[in-house]
Design a binder for this molecule. Structure first.
Ligand SMILES: [Zn+2]
Length: 397
């Protein structure tokens, strides 16, 4: 007996496929043929004659999109989503840091991780770049939970070795040792669907020694890094004070070796022309988090300037700066704030994130050969979510 043939399904629906930057294909209707975990064909013609054994699923009036890629999100802020007020630095001190300190308790970390991933999936997000808290155990739990839910996750513990509240403040050596241990344990696990991301929180909570060593370690291991850049004017002034020798905020990260093609920088709002050039020249990915920026009154990313300069841009929800894990609502904010079109917003929320994470050959569009990760929309509501061909969520009637 040979291996069991892969289950084939044909989905008939409206389809939107972000095939490339500036090119979203619309199928009204179209047919998505999946075979096992993969997309086998995307066509305007019904392939059921050729595949008579395939299960035929007609999604009347519904739309299929690729699974969303959330390129910037904080798991340990799930419970304070939509709560808190004030601008970045006071919001961090009053709401975020006390909440993240609770993740020293593995029971709490387990409970929140479970809810976080379930809600993420229910919102159609099938891949995410995630900040955990400083804790090794809580980060392990985040990885194990992502593993059990089956989604793709790039996760890193935040690193904070200066000017942080006592329960979160780390020793430099310890911060690096723990991060490397987690990298060795998780990076590339689950057939590469789990990746570790070195996550120095931001220059205001990291020493130059820490950042420089992370820069070297990530380069040696071809690892991803993520951090925050120029979110808020007070924060920018603080970084100038702490690093007077650096020409700019982006310059701090650049001298630490943290700006490159596997680097994701959240926000990128208050940037000089030189800093924008630096991001483009280093291939750094900027992550646009429009709703978070609005909530914390941070300003808004000079989206069109960055694009014109050739900076690659992805999109993130940045909870709990942002009030929701919905990438659909993030797309809506992107349209309102930066005037991007519906097609461009879809590209930002899918393929652009896959490109930033170096996995656009595997996910990010409905092109054949990619993982069958997709979302079925009923109006503007997520009705069903598939990960590698398996239904992982459906809206309860
Ligand atoms: Zn953030």
């Amino acid at each position: 007996m040979g291996p069991t043939p892969a289950v084939r399904r044909i989905f008939k629906a409206f389809l939107m496929n972000p095939a490339a930057d500036g090119r979203v294909e619309h199928y009204e209707p179209g047919y998505l043929l999946t075979s096992g975990t993969k997309i086998a064909r995307l066509s305007r013609d019904d392939p059921s004659g050729e595949f008579p054994d395939a299960e035929f699923i007609e999604l009347k009036g519904q739309t299929i999109l690729p699974g969303f890629v959330d390129a910037h999100v904080h798991l340990p802020q799930y419970a304070i989503m939509g709560k808190g007020s004030g601008e970045l630095l006071t919001w961090l001190a009053n709401y975020t840091f006390p909440e993240e300190a609770r993740f020293s308790d593995p029971e709490y970390a387990t409970r929140i991780a479970d809810m976080f991933f379930d809600e993420m999936i229910a919102n159609g997000t099938t891949t995410a770049a995630i900040y955990s808290s400083v804790h090794e155990n809580a980060t392990d739990i985040a990885f194990r939970t992502a593993q059990s839910k089956g989604i793709r996750a790039f996760i890193g513990k935040v690193m904070m070795d200066r000017d942080s509240p006592p329960p979160l403040q780390e020793d430099t050596e310890e911060s690096i040792d723990v991060s490397v241990r987690l990298f060795d344990k998780w990076d590339g696990a689950e057939g590469g669907r789990l990746r570790y991301v070195f996550s120095p929180r931001f220059a205001g909570s990291c020493s130059m020694d820490l950042m420089t060593r992370v820069g070297r370690i990530a380069k040696d291991r071809k690892a991803f890094v993520q951090s925050h850049l120029s979110e808020n004017t007070e924060e920018v002034a603080m970084i100038r004070r702490i690093f007077p020798e650096s020409p700019s905020y982006a310059g701090v990260y650049n001298s630490a070796g943290l700006l490159h093609e596997r680097s994701l920088m959240g926000h990128c709002i208050h940037l000089s022309a030189d800093e924008i050039k630096m991001l483009a020249a280093t291939g750094t990915n900027a992550v646009f988090c429009p709703w978070s920026n609005r909530t914390l009154r941070s300003g808004s990313m000079p989206y069109h300037k960055l694009r014109e300069a050739g900076v690659h841009i992805a999109m993130g929800t940045d909870i709990a700066g942002g009030p929701t894990l919905s990438m659909l609502q993030q797309m809506e904010q992107g349209r309102a704030i930066a005037g991007v079109s519906t097609d461009e917003a879809l590209y930002l929320a899918t393929l652009a994130g896959a490109i930033a994470l170096g996995i656009d050959n595997e996910i990010g569009s409905l092109d054949p050969g990619k993982d069958a990760d997709f979302v079925v929309l009923e109006g503007d509501t997520v009705a069903e979510v598939y990960v590698r061909g398996s239904q992982v969520y459906f809206m309860k009637p």
